[in-house]
Design a binder for this molecule. Sequence first.
Ligand code: NAD
Ligand code: DAU
Length: 367
Amino acid sequence: MRSILITGGAGFIGANFVHYWMNQYKNDKVIVLDALTYAGNLASLEPVKENPNFTFVHGDILNTELVEELLRHHKVDTLVHFAAESHVDRSITGPDAFLETNIMGTHSLLKAAKKVWLDEDLLQGAEHRFHHVSTDEVYGTLSLEDPAFTEETAYAPNSPYAASKAASDHLVRAYNETYGLKTTISNCSNNYGPYHFPEKLIPLVITNILHDKALPIYGDGQQIRDWLYVEDHARGIELVLNKGKVGENYNIGGHNEWHNIDIVKLICLLMDECFANDSTLASCFDTAKAAIAGNSESLITYVKDRPGHDRRYAIDAAKTRTELGYEPAESFETGIRRTIQWYLNNEAWWQAVMDGSYQDWINKQYS
Ligand code: NAD
Ligand code: DAU
């Protein structure tokens, strides 16, 4: 039985991980620490909020004393660190928050873990684990001919977001080498699935089609991303926690490379198909005029490219597969349909996230 502190558990991947974990390990205690930034959403934790093994703490990972207190109070033995500023576009217009949360925030957690687990020996010699959730963006960009990123690929981050994640990975490594903190790191490719904030490509395209708004394609749309269903990321982290070697990095990915323009066209096609097959959708989403007319693709609009835009990401997950037995369970064919269906079924979630009314509610709860 574990006592797990999950940072950023109200965000996209964190919330999916919480659901997955509480379903798999029914006796574990799960404590979520989340600052509820614009990307954090308590509604994403609705399915577990009544579970007696679940605790939500509204707080900042930069608050080292709070983290120490949580580790002691809940006798935490496992920390899984998702909390971050995660959107590349925002890191270009406002990098400071990324350095603050992703670098200083990770360091704050490392300091707290070292103090409570190593200096105070809270667990009296029992195992602890600090797992850091990172990204393939730390490896930089690939050309079409390059082999996929392995754990040996040199770090070459290109955006302030990627640079801040690379710095946090180095700090985690340093705390293992210098102090013997038992750490692991996973570097994952692009995730998609439920509870994904609609500023990221896939949920943006789905919700823009429903609002009959333009689908912005950066540059020529020929950039490539390697998409993984979010629950498969959770399963990968589970394997690293259960079988991974302390001090190691593990790549997690889906062997599922898509050009941006192709993925957008596929979503258009599937959305048109949903509207054609279910006449009730047109009345539920009467603003989705292009989809109702079977022509979502007409919304595609090429716009100015993202500065420093990485051309291609691709993950070689051979180490995670051979050492830990990792294989993604969800095919892209089924995962993308499940995701679209989730957005069609959960309008209240994404409307509230987008119009800010959810944020107003949070402010009232915590003011
Ligand atoms: P997200 O932006 O959806 O969620 C981030 C969460 O962290 C939010 O709930 C937010 O409130 C919380 N948070 C932010 N600053 C905080 C702070 N100072 N203290 C406490 N909580 C704070 O992000 P995501 O897409 O779920 O990504 C989660 C992690 O996975 C990140 O570390 C990201 O770098 C990594 N990652 C993401 C992807 C992806 O495709 N989204 C892929 C690989 C790795
Ligand atoms: O690779 C893992 C990373 O994937 C994570 O570390 C990041 O946290 C996560 O946000 C994601 O980063 P990307 O920049 O790849 O994701 P995003 O959804 O922002 O963009 C995906 C691709 O689509 C990228 O090439 C930019 C492009 N794009 C994006 C948006 C939002 C567009 O063409 N138009 C858009 O409107």
